[in-house]
Design a protein around this ligand. Structure first.
Ligand SMILES: NC(=O)c1ccc[n+]([C@@H]2O[C@H](COP(=O)([O-])OP(=O)(O)OC[C@H]3O[C@@H](n4cnc5c(N)ncnc54)[C@H](OP(=O)(O)O)[C@@H]3O)[C@@H](O)[C@H]2O)c1
Length: 319
């Protein structure tokens, strides 16, 4: 029997499946779960907050570090979860069938927990900066919501590429000082940004929080600057006014990482793993729980940092 966290008609619970889940992929590979990430998206799906029709029964979970059952090698596994199709098969099972195309090699020097905690946020941050904002050499990046998750990863990715970075956060004490980094609270953010950019404003804004913060980002950018909106931690209603665009001349672009072509997702994940292995990004504080506590981890209050679900194959001594 295979323990798995499943979403059955919108109800999330732990079951023992009679067979290894995930049949039907073109090139199936049996893998054992080492550590799966509990992403904000996984929580939103479990809570019924994702406005797409979902299958009646699916294994939850989108990304994990796994071990191949045939040769014991370790891989980062990016599942096929897409917003339009809804989740099809997930990673929250002690063993599951992954398609070989989802497996990205784990650098030798990178440990399981850091990979599981950091790779998704970093690859999303790279997509926002490179593919959507088209960040150019020397440009200044402002990150809204910068102490954890994609925001913290965007800070690291931009610093690693040599850009001046401004991290905006509700609690500046939570963002460690680094060369090239300015940390600011949100009070009168546009004026603070003008002050630290010599009056120019930020070239690129990574907006992980939405709500009323989005307008503050637009007013902190330069004319022709780009703001990527990827999350709505502070609310789905942005309350934007015409002057937020007319006065600022900013471009606002939305992000949907699930819609990124698979080849590109793979490249972004490979680069994220390289940055993690090189120590360019320290992932969020890690909270580990056994797979069996998956339903509670999805439905209960989210702790600060990244929750990881450890599979029975995870070796507590070796990592
Ligand atoms: N569109 C996409 O393709 C895509 C991809 C990945 C993630 N997302 C979404 O992006 C969002 C962020 O994901 P994440 O993994 O970065 O999450 P996270 O680590 O939980 O949160 C990121 C930051 O949001 C800020 N924040 C949280 N609640 C807030 C509030 N009420 N008001 C103001 N700021 C708040 C915090 O910044 P401070 O504490 O520093 O202020 C936190 O560090 C989620 O909604 C997620 O679903 C979307």
């Amino acid at each position: 029997m295979i323990p798995a966290v499943v979403n059955e008609r919108g109800k999330v619970h732990l079951v023992d499946l009679p067979e290894v889940p995930g049949a039907g992929w073109p090139d199936p590979v049996e893998v054992e779960l080492l550590a799966a990430t509990v992403q904000p998206k996984d929580r939103q799906v479990a809570r019924g907050q994702v406005p797409v029709p979902l299958p009646e029964f699916f294994v939850a979970g989108t990304q994990a570090v796994v071990r191949r059952a045939d040769d014991g090698s370790r891989w980062y596994c990016r599942g096929p979860i897409g917003v339009r199709g809804g989740p099809q098969a997930g990673a929250y099972a002690a063993r599951f069938l992954a398609d070989a195309s989802w497996l990205v090699p784990l650098p030798e020097e990178l440990d399981v927990l850091r990979a599981a905690a950091g790779a998704a946020a970093l690859s999303d941050a790279l997509h926002a900066l490179r593919d959507l904002a088209r960040l150019a050499a020397g440009e200044t990046v402002l990150v809204l919501g910068s102490s954890t998750g994609v925001g913290a990863a965007a800070v690291s990715a931009a610093l690693a590429a040599g850009h001046p970075v401004i991290a905006a956060t509700r609690d500046p004490a939570m963002v460690p000082a680094r060369d090239g980094l300015t940390v600011l609270g949100y009070d009168d953010l546009p004026a603070q940004i003008r002050a630290v950019t010599g009056g120019a404003g930020a070239d690129v804004v990574v907006d992980t929080v939405g709500g009323a913060y989005t307008a503050r980002g637009l007013h902190s950018g330069r004319r022709g600057g780009r703001q990527v909106l990827l999350g709505y931690q502070a609310g789905t209603e942005l309350g934007l006014l015409a002057r937020d665009f007319l006065a600022t001349g900013m471009w606002l672009v939305g992000m949907n990482a699930d819609a990124v072509p698979w080849d590109r997702q793979r490249e972004l994940t490979e680069e994220a793993l390289r940055l993690l292995a090189a120590g360019a990004h320290v992932p969020d504080p890690i909270v580990t729980r056994p797979l069996a506590e998956g339903p509670d981890a999805l439905l209960g209050p989210a702790p600060r940092g990244r929750t990881l679900l450890l599979g029975p194959a995870y070796d507590h001594q070796g990592d």
